[in-house]
Design a protein around this ligand. Structure first.
Ligand code: GCB
Length: 652
């Protein structure tokens, strides 16, 4: 029996989210150290317990947050950041649905607990999906959504007595409902001849494993009590003058002074400004260019913000430095322009996914992935199907890898998931996402969803509202969603700036018949373009291949078939990119974990790299193609770089 979401929540715990839409209060600047700010990372081992009680509510009934977790029962050591699913040997924990509890006790520097002019903030980078947080047993914050950060000012709690330590407890529930993003349903199986009492499973309409836990770092950081709360930067170019518009929000006092300086990569001040809002002009500006589009891509300036205020405890200063890339983005009927030049997305779709860690952030993995992207000659990726860690976007800024930043709006398939409750949550998620990612030059477009059932009647209003809201929040970037709906039936497509289409010709139908791909793909492009006259991106295409499986003539699941299928797509892409196709993103960069099913052989195998990041034959094919494309469109070709392509090296 399929129970409604209310039933599922009642069983799985007290989830208390409201649904009123209000513009988000406060900024979400990345916690950086500065002369006025300290940062303490809480990565490492946390105490952990999954609440296996029938109603999953024992933790709340017994108030596990009141005392150290070890006092209410046995605990496990759990690494953070990491998903909890794959680190143990317990199959039940791997597929656990409900509340899990994390706890960490930490010692705080004396100054943090004694200096009342210091603000202490607890920031959680990602807790999938719903989180409730207590500090020393006191409830401090709740958050819905597994891919965006949230924080709580805990100064009062840690400065209220002779405390040197603090205990952080985080309860996390990975249950998805038709109104969560992504959506899901709890299915109760009630046939007593087949299932034990109370048996349920969680169903989803997306194709990746619903990993859960503390996926990104938990940090404590400090600011003065009057502080720089948010910075918004947009850029423009007038002839060779770079224009940097900035807006700074200060909290804690109305009497402050703000000074800003823009420094180039050599540390030389190139522009100065005063006041919380203004425009800096940079003559002969170095623009931020994508990888391989310029001999010096990804040029980053530093915006140094200094705030001084008079407060009751005396003068206070706060400092924050933001990397700034000066670039423009624009869309015409058939082109995507960066700095006024046509840009072609040669790229991949990714997942945050790896062995053991699941969706847990990992620096070595990240650096490996960027080395592979640059080895491929890729210049772009989509954060399919949710916002990635901030550190990922920071590397994109630094290396010139262009990003289509996607919300967790994946698997929106039920009519219920187009309701006003769902829409309001989706609007809030876009606010959180833009608040976090708005200042990254690498982010050139927002994607509000992937493959929603955009043919359903309510989809028209849903996407009209969602896209209008996204554009109102950020008028500087185009907005899209990724569709696999027929061009005639799609009710959301009229509102996007770029048409992004996924198709799997000769994979999910016409199995084995690669000979039909060219015709079907050309028809797809032509139909869409005729209907909309908007630039198009082939936002997914691909085939599963098990590394080491070889079949010639090619058979499905062999490396030869994957390669052969891609080649057929490339023929048409090469024709249409001369007209209005502005990009191609392979599905997928690497193999990744999914739910178990007869059509998934230990996950989705459409990676051109294995899950361990080793290349399949298709990776070499794509590499050859991407470097060739890069050379065709190279802003300024240099002999060194073309030599490097041949020798397997590359310049950055
Ligand atoms: C899609 C989805 C992606 C899947 C992929 C596949 O259209 O957007 O999430 O993993 O197809 O391999 O089926």
């Amino acid at each position: 029996m399929l129970r409604g979401s209310a039933g599922a929540w009642a069983v799985l715990g007290p989830l208390l989210w409201g649904c009123g839409l209000a513009l988000l209060q406060g900024g979400m600047l990345y916690p950086r150290e500065s002369r006025s700010r300290e940062r303490k990372e809480l990565d490492g081992l946390w105490s952990f317990r999954a609440d296996f009680s029938d109603n999953r509510r024992q933790g709340f009934e017994q108030q596990w947050y009141r005392a150290p977790l070890r006092e209410s029962g046995p605990t496990l050591d759990m690494p953070v950041p990491s998903s909890f699913n794959d680190v143990g040997q317990d199959g039940q924990l791997r597929s656990f649905v409900g509340w899990v509890w994390y706890e960490r006790e930490i010692t705080l520097p004396q100054r943090w607990t004694e200096d009342l002019g210091t603000r202490v903030v607890l920031r959680i980078g990602s807790a999938h999906y719903y989180a409730i947080v207590w500090v020393n047993g006191v409830h401090v914050v709740e958050h819905e959504g597994g891919h965006l950060p949230f924080e709580a000012d805990i100064s009062k709690l840690v400065q209220s007595g002779p405390l040197s330590s603090c205990r952080i407890t985080i309860a996390i529930n990975n249950t998805l409902s038709p109104h969560t993003l992504p959506p899901g349903t709890i299915l109760y199986k009630t046939d007593p001849s087949m299932y034990p009492k109370g048996y349920f499973v969680q169903n989803t309409k997306f194709d990746f494993f619903n990993y859960a836990g503390l996926h990104r770092s938990v940090v404590l950081y400090t600011t003065p009590t009057t502080y720089i709360d948010d910075i918004t930067v947009t850029t423009d170019v007038d002839q060779d003058i770079g224009l940097v518009n900035y807006q700074i929000i200060i909290q804690g006092s109305d009497h402050f002074q703000v000074d800003v300086s823009l420094l180039d990569e050599e540390g030389k001040v190139v522009a100065k400004g005063a006041g919380a809002e203004g425009q800096l002009q940079v003559p002969s500006a170095h623009l931020w260019w994508p990888y391989l589009m310029h001999e010096h891509p990804a040029y980053l300036y530093s915006l140094e913000v200094k705030m001084m205020a008079q407060t009751a405890v005396g003068p206070v200063s706060d400092f924050y430095t933001l990397p700034v890339g000066i670039r423009t983005v624009a869309v015409t009927e058939s082109q995507f322009l960066i700095n006024g030049k046509p840009f072609y997305f040669r790229g991949v779709n990714k997942h945050e996914d790896s062995d053991i860690r699941g969706k847990g952030f990992d620096w070595p993995l990240l650096v490996k992935d960027f080395n592979l992207l640059r080895w491929l000659g890729a210049n772009a990726f989509r954060t399919s199907h949710y916002p990635y860690a901030e550190e990922v976007l920071q590397l994109c800024d630094r290396y010139g890898i262009v990003v289509i930043d996607e919300s967790p709006g994946v698997g929106i398939a039920l009519v219920e998931s187009f309701s006003n409750v769902s829409l309001q949550h989706h609007l809030e998620v876009m606010e959180e996402m833009i608040r976090r990612d708005k200042n990254h030059p690498a982010v050139v477009m927002w994607s509000v969803a992937n493959e929603p059932a955009s043919f359903l009647k309510p989809a028209g209003y849903y996407f009209k509202t969602l896209i209008a809201h996204t554009k109102a929040l950020d008028p500087s970037r185009p907005v899209t969603f990724v569709t696999n709906t027929n061009y005639e039936a799609d009710l959301g497509a009229p509102y996007v700036d770029v048409i992004c289409v996924n198709s799997y010709y000769s994979w999910y139908h016409d199995y084995g018949h690669m000979e039909v791909i060219q015709l079907q793909l050309a028809t797809q492009f032509e139909n869409w373009y005729k209907a909309y006259q908007k630039p198009m991106i082939q936002s997914e295409y691909g085939a599963d291949a098990i590394e080491g499986f070889h079949e010639d003539p090619p058979l499905m699941f062999s490396e030869e078939y994957q390669k052969g299928l891609l080649k057929q797509y490339h023929v048409v892409l090469d024709q249409k990119r001369k007209e209005y196709v502005v990009g191609e993103l392979i599905w997928n960069f690497a193999d990744f974990m999914t739910n178990q099913s007869p059509v998934r052989m230990i996950g989705n195998r459409k990676g051109i790299f294995t899950r361990q990041r080793q290349p399949k034959s298709a990776a070499f094919l794509l590499r050859e193609r991407y470097w060739k494309l890069a050379n065709e469109t190279r802003y300024q070709r240099s002999a060194v770089t073309s030599q490097c392509v041949g020798s397997g090296l590359f310049t950055v």
